[in-house]
Design a protein around this ligand. Structure first.
Ligand SMILES: [Zn+2]
Length: 794
């Protein structure tokens, strides 16, 4: 694939030639290229004019005489003006563009480059980008040369490794570029001018990460360079274009944000894709988990490497949480062909669930064997495509195990195992009876097969046992010298499953306070939140207030205390607000306090919101909690917070949402100020989404309508959220239009919102019918009693 493209920022257009080099594998009558909304000026095959048909989406080229073995160079001369996707000009909606960048995944490269645009074809790429002189251009691979041509400068890049079209990318802008080297690889950090000082905080771990991934996978970083380019108003979080990751500039942050915000999760995830996704690419989107599951797992493994076991395990807990949240809405097999838009499979099944399944596989095989399998997978499929069966076979070869059962239950079927664990100690017989039941419902398999580690810790002993769970019910007995202190099932979270502990509160408290492993403590503290009484608050408070304990556990404790509720809980959380230092824990405390609808709580939270010594994220949380508490008199404090500068505008954005919650229609004039196209993206999104809290009067509807026509998909998504919140039938026309959106995410969001509104309306209808029935019954009852009265009188 070769292209020469002139990028003109001001008119938001590009023009040039694209050359697809193809080899005929048989007789070749026509060649199909994807090309959306282009003006096709000319098509040449091997230098001669060729006939073609163009539908606005596909370009069919008819080569004269081509037979098996022939190499065809198909050149398309074309022009694109204001593309709807694929290449983005910043600012997106209005104003003079200062950045242009591409986003190809899943199938948007066709909006700027005529080519065969599916992941299952890979090619070496040479891109010559002509951009206005003075701007920087970054693209895939090595920079071959630069030359000035009039007001433009041409930058020629080449990547010899074969990559799929969705990874072809460029970025043009007034950037600051910092460079260094890592074992012969050129590393570039590219940021908008003025953000130079923030590079270190976000990217200083890059070198170490590359070495870690090379070591873990046994495969060298595959490209000659690695550029990380930050762009404003990015349409995704990060995109792993081969050797050129594009990231949201929102990941850049100042010293203060660094207290409780890190770029490493994003940076490590995108870097891991250079192996998983770029070097080896999923054959089609139904096997996306091979890209995203691995990137998500590698991100967690980097965290384990950098921050330790507790951080890693808590990351796994976060993964199952986000999967279960999605599972509450729908369940699908990880590998599925049932989707309308490819964007649909970019969900919590492909990311966290898939990562947990891979981690489970690593533990079934043993991590060393797993790593060996990963190495063979990457080497064996280098610069090629792979599907799930390819991966399974390699893992079977390396382990010598049959793994069809594993893939069948976790990858090709929907749902997950739910384990309910309980135990009883018999003091007279010195026997522990441990019961493990599979309790998953009909949307999952009736029985799962999985290995479980059980660790029993007593005053002077430790028992470890590895068991295979296969049946719905398992009862295990252990003869022990004395009553165990802790019984831990899967203490290190090695197996993907939902786990509940069916134990009395005191036993749960014992796990929370004394278990040597984090995962059982998290499960137990969540269970306690449901079962405990105010008598347990003091014990939980010790953990919450101890700076020695892991912040994740402390945060969970704050939530559990809030769930227990009552005066003691409230006092404890307010005391925590005085004492706790860790900003992540403070955030959890502030969030937990939203459950106590009292004025003095609001007063304290207002204090947090206005306190400049607090972290941005704690203050933003305070703004949210104030909205939830519902005291209108705090709207003044929130209005003041709108002026507060913070990382990614988190404080002002939360304040805006809370104002809409508190004031309803009274917030319209405030929201309107933040709806203007040049408002920073996070504030504009918050303002649009907050319109959903207002009565859908004509004015609100027209503002929503306007937002739904934004060029930026995030603004259109915010409009969808607003519609979802309002649940009013008046927004249906807006959603019906968005259902046909160029962005699959927006289209899908609109479809889901429409479904919810319809269900809501039906419920309204059901409710009306029910009322009518009740009224009828009442009327009947009245008549009956009158009759009885009459009869009695007689
Ligand atoms: Zn990813």
């Amino acid at each position: 694939m070769k292209a020469e493209i002139e990028v003109d920022l001001e008119p938001r257009s590009l023009a040039g030639t694209a050359v697809n080099v193809l080899k005929c594998t048989g007789g070749c009558k026509k060649i199909l290229l994807h090309a959306v909304d282009m003006k096709i000026e000319e098509v040449l095959v091997n230098g001669s004019k060729a006939s073609y048909t163009y539908t606005g989406k596909e370009l069919e080229v008819y080569p004269e005489r081509a037979s098996k073995g022939d190499v065809l160079e198909v050149l398309v001369r074309y022009r694109v003006v204001e593309p709807k996707a694929g290449v983005w000009f910043v600012p997106t909606d209005n104003g003079k563009p200062y950045i242009a960048y591409t986003q190809g995944q899943p199938e948007d490269t066709r909006f700027w480059l005529p080519t065969y645009d599916y992941p299952n074809r890979k090619a070496a790429v040479e891109l010559a980008i002509k951009a206005p002189k003075g701007l920087k251009v970054i693209s895939n691979g090595k920079l071959l040369h630069r030359s000035v041509e009039g007001d433009f400068e041409k930058w020629v890049y080449r990547l010899d490794s074969k990559i799929p079209t969705y990874l072809i990318a460029f970025a043009v802008g007034d950037f600051y570029v910092k460079e260094e080297e890592c074992d012969g690889i050129l590393l570039q950090y590219v940021v908008p001018k003025g953000r130079k000082e923030d590079i270190e905080r976000s990217f200083s771990k890059t070198k170490e990460m590359i070495r870690f991934f090379e070591e873990y996978t046994g495969v060298k970083y595959p490209y000659p360079k690695y550029s990380q380019v930050c762009v404003d108003e990015f349409v995704a979080g990060g995109m792993e274009n081969a050797s050129l990751t594009i990231l949201t500039s929102a990941t850049l942050h100042d010293e203060k944000a660094h207290l409780d915000f890190r770029s490493e999760p994003l940076v490590s995830h995108e870097l891991a894709h250079q192996w998983f996704g770029d070097l080896v690419t999923c054959k089609d989107w139904s096997h996306l988990w091979l890209n995203e599951g691995f990137a998500t797992l590698m991100e967690a493994l980097w965290r384990r490497h950098e921050l330790g076991m507790d951080e890693f395990v808590y990351d796994l807990v976060g993964m199952i949480d986000s999967y279960l949240a999605e599972y509450g809405r729908y369940a699908r097999p990880i590998v599925t062909r049932l989707y309308k838009y490819p964007d649909e499979v970019f969900d919590a099944h492909s990311y966290p669930k898939a990562a947990l399944v891979l981690w489970t596989l690593a533990n079934v095989l043993g991590e060393e064997k797993f790593r060996e399998g990963v190495r063979r997978y990457l080497e064996g499929k280098r610069e090629q495509n792979a599907d799930t069966e390819d991966f399974r076979k390699i893992m079977e070869e390396v382990s010598g195990l049959k793994l069809d059962w594993f893939f069948e239950q976790y990858v090709y079927n929907a749902g997950h195992p739910s384990l309910k664990v309980s135990y009883r100690w018999d003091e007279r017989e010195k026997i522990l009876e441990l019961r493990i039941a599979q309790t998953q419902g009909d949307d999952s398999l009736p029985k799962y097969r999985l290995p479980l580690e059980v660790v029993i810790v007593g005053p002077e002993y430790r028992e470890e046992r590895k068991i295979w769970i296969e049946d719905r019910q398992h009862t295990l007995t252990f003869h022990l010298p004395s009553k165990p202190r802790n019984v831990c099932v899967d203490p290190e979270f090695k197996v993907f499953k939902a786990l509940t502990l069916d134990l009395p509160p005191d036993e749960l408290l014992g796990i929370v306070t004394a278990c040597p492993h984090l995962y059982p403590r998290i499960v137990a503290v969540r269970e306690l939140g449901k079962k405990a009484s105010p008598t347990h608050v003091d014990e939980l408070a010790k953990i919450l207030l101890s700076e020695e304990e892991f912040w994740g556990l402390r945060s969970e404790t704050a939530q559990a205390i809030a769930s227990i509720g009552g005066q003691r809980a409230r006092e404890t959380l307010l005391q925590a607000l005085n004492q706790v230092k860790h900003p992540r824990v403070r955030r959890a405390v502030v969030r937990a306090l939203a459950g106590f609808r009292e004025r003095d709580v609001a007063e304290r939270l207002a204090g947090v919101l206005l306190d400049e010594d607090e972290s941005y994220y704690v203050r933003a949380e305070a703004a949210s909690s104030l909205g939830k508490l519902g005291f209108r008199e705090y709207s003044e404090v929130l209005v003041k917070a709108l002026e507060t500068k913070s990382h990614n505008h988190v404080i002002a954005a939360s304040a805006l949402e809370s104002l809409a919650l508190l004031l309803g229609d009274g917030a319209l004039s405030i929201l309107e100020k933040y709806l203007a196209p040049l408002t920073p993206m996070p504030l504009r999104r918050a303002a649009v989404a907050s319109l959903g809290y207002l009565t859908p009067a004509q004015k609100v509807l027209s503002l929503l309508e306007q937002a739904s026509k934004s060029r930026h998909p995030h603004i259109r998504l915010a409009a969808v959220s607003a519609c979802m919140r309002s649940l009013s039938p008046k927004v249906i026309p807006i959603l019906e239009r968005l259902q046909l959106d160029a962005s699959g995410r927006v289209a899908r969001g609109a479809r889901d919102a429409l479904e919810q509104i319809r269900r809501h309306l039906e419920k309204g209808e059901e409710y009306r019918k029910l009322r009518e029935e009740i009224d009828k019954l009442r009327e009947e009852e009245r008549r009956l009693s009158e009759r009885i009265e009459r009869l009695e009188k007689k």
